[in-house]
Design a protein around this ligand. Sequence first.
Ligand code: LLP
Length: 436
Amino acid sequence: HGTSRVNDKGHLEIGNVDTVDLANEFGTPLYVYDVELIRQRAREFKEVFDKQNVKAQVAYASKAFSTIAMVQLVQDEGLSLDVVSGGELYTALSAGFPVERIHFHGNNKSRHELEMAIEANIGCIVVDNFYELHLLNEISESYKKETPILLRLTPGIEAHTHDYILTGQEDSKFGFDLQNGQADKAVQQALDFAGLNLLGIHCHIGSQIFETTGFVMATQKLFAKMSEWKKALNYTPEVLNLGGGFGIRYTSEDTPIPVGQYVEVIIDEVKKQVAELDVEMPEIWIEPGRSLVGDAGTTLYSIGSRKHVPNIREYIAIDGGMNDNIRPALYQAKYEAALANRLNDQADEVVSIAGKCCESGDMLIWDLSLPTAKPGDLLAVFCTGAYGYSMASHYNRLTKPAVVFVEDGEAQLVVKRETYEDIIKNDLRYQIPVKK
Ligand code: LLP
């Protein structure tokens, strides 16, 4: 998929660059991003809104993969940017991202993070709870500013993959509940507070969602509230942000729909509700993370040791693992992989791919068909672009891998491989007290 193909040497090529050359030049493990594919996904989202003439913002949820180069790419494609911490905000500001298109999320933003956002004049802050509503108003007033905000609402729908659950009683750490009056109270307060400018409302119903029902139900619930607020408070949100969560294909078990279709369904439902309930058409904002970068990322590993457990299993170990991709260990996430230097060879054994961390749970893939792999062969694990690098850790004091962007036959290093010096750079010597 994307610009991936097999070249005449039988090697995996991404963006017209041979991955064997990439491994030789930059070392392994290596995250490789297909820039053209990221651009394509960005355009798929935007085009649907443009075609239907709907005012919209597509904000990339940078928690999926945040680096300066990625933020630059998001800017180049004209998207907006969602950040959830001072660190992500700092990355965005360092990359020079247009501040008015940055949205700041999080259920426990600190005073310092809020001040940082207000000082930078960022586009909007998504307020999650009453504590934050008061704190933000107080800080805004002290800066003599009126901060644009959305309120994060919890509509009582949880959607994951093919399941969506209606939860009458809300049990989530995020947002103001729609059911029990919290949302109404938050809207009322936000309208009253002089330091805040209530642009609209937000909800996010889950991640890796394959069906559209959850988005339709959330839209209906929010519009029911909007119609109440219109009558009771004479207030209509200018912005309706429906979050992210659009699913991608990791393995053949996954059957997502094209990203544009989610958007079409959302637009149709919003238009329907606007007509039925006689409320003004809001701007529609969405926040895709995974669906913009997930399938554009491939991780290259070198194969090392092997262990044969008679009649049970063949373990093959790679030079990375749960420290660069925690998802299999954390969520039992499944991935597909292939030998990038021998794509035309026939699979002749079933192996399980082990990471190098000192933990039995550090397994990346169970029961993968591969040609008999030898030390030095290159394993490409696909669809690692979202929540791989961003959730990477230093467990076992492993250095974080490098990140390379490939496009049009060119490779550019965008995150350097960490060194051992990086690993100890914040360590301070303990002055062992002299015993008296
Ligand atoms: N907006 C909000 C408010 C979110 O909380 C999230 C993700 C997104 C947007 C983007 O969702 P996406 O389009 O990427 O599904 N670490 C997990 C995923 C956690 C998602 C958290 N929130 C994983 O690796 O599967």
